[in-house]
Design a binder for this molecule. Structure first.
Ligand SMILES: Nc1ncnc2c1ncn2[C@@H]1O[C@H](COP(=O)(O)OP(=O)(O)O)[C@@H](O)[C@H]1O
Ligand SMILES: O=P(O)(O)O[C@H]1O[C@H](CO)[C@@H](O[C@H]2O[C@H](CO)[C@@H](O)[C@H](O)[C@H]2O)[C@H](O)[C@H]1O
Length: 453
């Protein structure tokens, strides 16, 4: 590996990065993982730029939205994104949709830049870097020596999934998740699976190696873990079952048990204890609703009805103790391999502040996430299949109760508030990432606000 240079964009001559940042500003909003599709990108700054290896730059960039702060992200208004860019002297037609463009001026003048994760050579070199712990500028490559690591020469492929980040699969043996939207601090998707594997919890693939930065702030940038090669995710399995007219209750029941297993392991890996308190929960949910309705005006007519669900928390018992949870549980976060369900992606809801994602919450939040997911799946079919979703939800709760010793269905008021809060989050998520999907959570909003069930 050649010694990498750490380029300091802030010392570059004024204006010299203009064409480069202009290209990135145009390219970013078209990316699936870009979280600001509901607002124009008004400015883009390079926060750090490191030559990872010849022909590949690592960047953290800040995308601003005209001074409108993004909830929970960095101390400044806007979002920070991680990019790995290939830089070539001569463009090749094969770059296809990886192509970002040709830089007109500044230090990269005349070069073609592209998303290096699409480039097998860069993807291979990235894995090589993770195989040998060390640092490159502010970037730190680390590994868990207790876990079997990847061998040499594993062939990479970029996953083309509905994702909030980007993932590379190596030789069908390992998967590297490259986080896209970066917040300061340890990412729970590294912290939690590591702690659960030390607990002996077999339902979560353990981190093998990871990448973090120390500039312009400390943050986790990527995690490598074993790839469950014959696994299917719960979303695909649910849609297949719906298409075939199959029942999904046995799978849902097993999924409920698996969720309870993971909650039990989380409670012992991160002992926090203490009963949940409904007052602060209701306040936080109401604040999130107000902020979401401000960003997504179609929510506004439903605000009074939704607030009622949160106000009703005052009449509920506090429910199960707060603990570390998954934080963004849905059918796309569970993988079925053999007869077992595995749980992945402990990042939490990406738009929440990291400190909030790493604190204790009611396990009902995860349960509500999965219940909403059965509804999402049922709405992918015409005509809509509410009965299918209802049976899955019942079976999931029954499976959870059998393993945990308490039945989520008996916490009706709490569960309704958590489902409402989750549906509000989904509206915000869809508006920002996949505007075409907005009608799915909006249908739930209407149901929860108007009928309250
Ligand atoms: N350990 C794994 N084994 C097999 N497939 C995986 C594994 N981790 C992730 N995947 C696949 O990658 C997809 C995206 O992973 P996920 O962690 O949910 O990323 P994101 O945060 O970008 O949504 C999953 O839906 C799943 O299909
Ligand atoms: O990318 P992540 O998996 O971290 O989670 C985000 O994206 C999800 C979509 O990919 C989103 O989930 C929503 O859509 C799913 C169907 O695609 C559905 O099963 C979920 O129930 C629904 O919430 C998730 O909210 C978001 O955080």
């Amino acid at each position: 590996m050649t010694k990498a240079a750490f380029l300091r964009p802030r010392s570059a001559p004024a204006g010299s990065m203009e064409s480069f940042t202009g290209l990135l500003r145009e390219w970013l909003p078209g990316q699936r993982w870009f979280a600001g599709k509901d607002r124009p990108v008004t400015d883009l700054h390079v926060l750090s730029m490191t030559e990872l290896f010849p022909g590949c730059l690592h960047l953290l960039v800040h995308a601003g939205h005209g001074g409108v702060p993004s909830p929970g992200n960095t101390p400044w208004a806007g979002d920070c994104y991680q990019l790995l860019l290939g830089v070539r002297e001569h463009p090749t037609p094969r770059l296809g949709r990886a192509l970002i463009g040709r830089v007109q001026d500044g230090p990269l003048a005349g070069r073609t830049v592209y998303d290096a994760l699409h480039d097998p050579r860069s993807a291979q070199l990235l894995l090589e870097r993770l195989r040998y712990p060390g640092t490159t500028g502010p970037l730190h490559f680390e590994c868990d020596a207790a876990q079997p690591g990847p061998g040499a020469g594993l062939v990479p492929r970029l996953l083309d999934a509905e994702q909030s980040n980007s993932s590379l699969v190596y030789g069908e043996e390992f998967i590297l998740k490259v986080f896209r939207r970066i917040q300061p601090g340890v990412n729970p998707d590294l912290e939690v699976p590591g702690a659960l594997s030390r607990q002996g919890c077999h339902r979560v693939p353990a981190p093998v190696a990871w990448l973090r930065t120390t500039h312009p702030f400390k943050a986790t940038l990527g995690v490598l873990q074993p790839f469950l090669r014959d696994a299917s995710d719960g979303w695909t399995l649910a849609l297949d079952a719906l298409a075939a007219g199959d029942d999904f209750t046995a799978q849902s029941y097993a999924l409920g048990r698996a969720t309870a297993d993971v909650h039990l392991a989380l409670a012992s890996a991160f002992p926090v204890g203490g009963p949940g308190e409904n007052g602060p929960t209701a306040t936080a949910m109401t604040e999130r609703l107000t902020a979401a309705a401000h960003s997504v005006p179609v929510l506004q007519p439903f605000v009074p009805g939704l607030k009622a669900a949160f106000a009703a928390l005052a009449l509920c018992d506090p429910g199960p103790a707060a603990q570390r949870i998954h934080g963004d549980l849905h059918l796309g976060q569970v993988l079925r391999a053999g007869r077992d369900w595995f749980v992945i992606d402990f990042e939490g809801e990406p738009s929440r502040p990291l400190s909030e994602r790493r604190s204790a919450h009611s396990p009902l939040r995860d349960i509500a996430g999965m219940l909403r997911s059965f509804d999402y799946a049922a709405r992918q079919r015409r005509p809509w299949r509410p009965e299918w979703a209802r049976r899955c939800r019942e079976a999931y709760c029954a499976g959870y109760a059998a393993r945990s010793g308490w039945d989520p269905r008996k916490k009706h008021g709490l569960l309704r508030a958590y489902e409402t809060d989750r549906a509000v989050y989904e509206v915000l998520y869809e508006a920002r990432h996949r505007p075409d999907w907005l009608p799915v959570p909006m249908a739930a909003i209407e149901r929860l606000a108007v009928r309250g069930d």
